[in-house]
Design a protein around this ligand. Structure first.
Ligand SMILES: C[S@@+](CC[C@H](N)C(=O)[O-])C[C@H]1O[C@@H](n2cnc3c(N)ncnc32)[C@H](O)[C@@H]1O
Length: 227
């Protein structure tokens, strides 16, 4: 059975998962970070609480906190069923069961919802969409993107991936993208073309290991040093 979602699901991870997915050091965490497609994750809130500059973008942020909450809860059953039907695609270590994983995602969403109104007011949550961002060149030290690019390889084409990655390299000094696998746990079909395009632009990019693995074999990120 393959892992299929009818649309891009707004599903949030916790701050400590971001730290491991992007191999963020203590020094990295102090950088001015743009988190693209940040969804209902707990990353922004914790960064802000720790006194670090952070901005999250996602088209989801057009909606109210309550609408986002309902949207996430509505996806719960579909995601749980997909996880149960595709257990072998995941490493059940930190999360021991599909239910435990879903509960963690709901907890991250509640962390986000509690912060959303204040964060939007402060400009930390902005309703924007890749591949076009409103920020001037090099506004951020680091741009990260978790579980949109490559994950949704079946929903987003190669041209979108290339445009999105290039846009992130425009607004930040460094870019990290995780994971490199699609929903079925296969290396994204778009990765070779993205790497080739970066090389054509003489942009330094490397696939590097990270200390996080939930999708089996999904322990690498794309790390780009922007020109
Ligand atoms: C699976 S969620 C990932 C959320 C978060 N990054 C995480 O890992 O916990 C994917 C997110 O991508 C967002 N998204 C969809 N299209 C987008 C676009 N064109 N630009 C930016 N974000 C987008 C969705 O709204 C959703 O919140």
């Amino acid at each position: 059975m393959s892992f299929e979602l009818s649309k891009i699901v707004s599903w949030g991870r916790q701050h400590d998962e971001y730290v491991r997915m992007f191999d963020l050091s203590a020094a990295d965490l102090k950088l001015n970070i743009l988190s693209c497609a940040d969804g209902p994750s707990g990353f922004n809130r914790k960064q802000h609480q720790d006194g670090h500059a952070v901005v999250s973008i996602d088209p989801l942020y057009r909606h109210s906190a309550e609408e986002i909450r309902e949207h996430v809860l509505a996806a719960k059953e579909e995601v749980l069923a997909q996880l149960q039907n595709n257990r072998d695609v995941f490493v059940w270590k930190r999360f021991r069961t599909p239910q435990e994983l879903v509960d963690a995602r709901i907890a991250a969403m509640e962390t986000f919802v509690a912060d959303f109104d204040a964060g939007r007011e402060q400009g930390r949550y902005r309703a924007e969409s890749l591949p076009e961002l409103s920020f001037p060149a090099k506004s951020f030290d680091l741009a990260v993107c978790s579980h949109l690019l490559f994950t949704y390889s079946a929903h987003l084409d190669t041209a979108f991936h290339i445009a999105a990655v290039l846009e992130m390299t425009r607004v930040a000094r460094e870019v990290r993208v995780f994971p490199l696998l699609d929903l079925n746990g296969h290396t994204s079909v778009h990765l070779p073309e993205v790497l080739a395009e970066l090389s054509r632009h003489s942009v330094q990019a490397a696939v590097t290991p990270v200390p996080y693995e939930l999708q089996r074999g999904g322990n690498q990120m794309l790390r780009i040093t922007c020109p």
